[in-house]
Design a protein around this ligand. Sequence first.
Ligand code: RBF
Length: 343
Amino acid sequence: MKKTILFLMVAAVSLAVVAPLFATGKGETGPVKIGVFVPGVAAGSPLYEQLVSGANKVAAENPNLSIKVVEAGFNQAEWPEKMTALAATGEYTWILTSNPSMPDVCKDIFKAFPKQKFIFMDGYVAGNPMTYSVMYNQVEQGYMAGYLAGLVTKSTMKGATPDLKVGAIVAQEYPALTKEMIPGYTQGFKAVDPGITLDYRVIGNWYDANKAADLANSMMDAGVDVILSIAGGAGQGTIKAAQARGRYIVYFDSNVYSLAPGTIIGCATLDQERIVVETLKKALQGKLAFGKADVVNAKAGYVDFADKDPLYLNNVAADIVAKMADLMKKFRGGSLSLPVPQM
Ligand code: RBF
């Protein structure tokens, strides 16, 4: 009798300890490690900074969760090997990364490590049970930047030249840039005035700030007064050059007005930090839909324009602020939405 009671007690205690592990059959209850693969260098790259800060936020709230950040550097030829090394450890519940080229960079790795799960931010891959991805509507993001650039180049703001010329300095060309961002930007400034033209230059990498500054100076010599920068750390050169000559920058991805107040006059943002937090929370609860590819837009709030910052409101002409407010009301309310082309 005593033995039976003892047995029952032991069984009950074991069940109480073990049961939660199987309680729902899903969700993560043990220790979880996330490998955060930064394809480049986080500092100065707005979306990578948000990737890391989002992951760190979730880790701070979950004692079971640990994060390992791997910066893969600027040599893109090395990325597949570095990603392979990360997956080969078998240590990471999820590998989290960000940029539109990463699904392709990982395609052989999917075959070599079929148990590894990947979360791609700012990328698109559908129908693979090993992956979840989310991409942004960057036609809308480009349009916001372009509309502002168009209004500013036509304005009597101090740095505006008589020429109806806007610029874009980009690090490198890839489909999300050439099919979404630049067409969106162009649509935006053409909506202000179809006579506005674009001076478009490619640096060739994401780090050469001196080359970016040279390009910016030659554009400004030709009358360009507003430049869109999509160049990670190299964009510092574009900003400095514009600042020295009292011209303007429109920026992508994060609110960075404070880097150069009065020079950076518009930031078309992506809320990558928020979506990283939401995605990892879902993954921890076992609710992330692997196999799925989400696309998020301005109406959903992930693509936006930083128009509440005093460094925007105090440095941009009031009539331009008012016109941007009208535009953003339409985007946020969903009465204006722009289609994303097939990549
Ligand atoms: N963005 C950065 O800010 N820094 C980078 O080093 C960087 N490297 C990239 C490399 C490749 C191959 C691609 C396709 C994109 C890269 N991006 C980088 C761009 C980033 O993912 C995003 O497209 C832009 O920031 C615009 O939202």
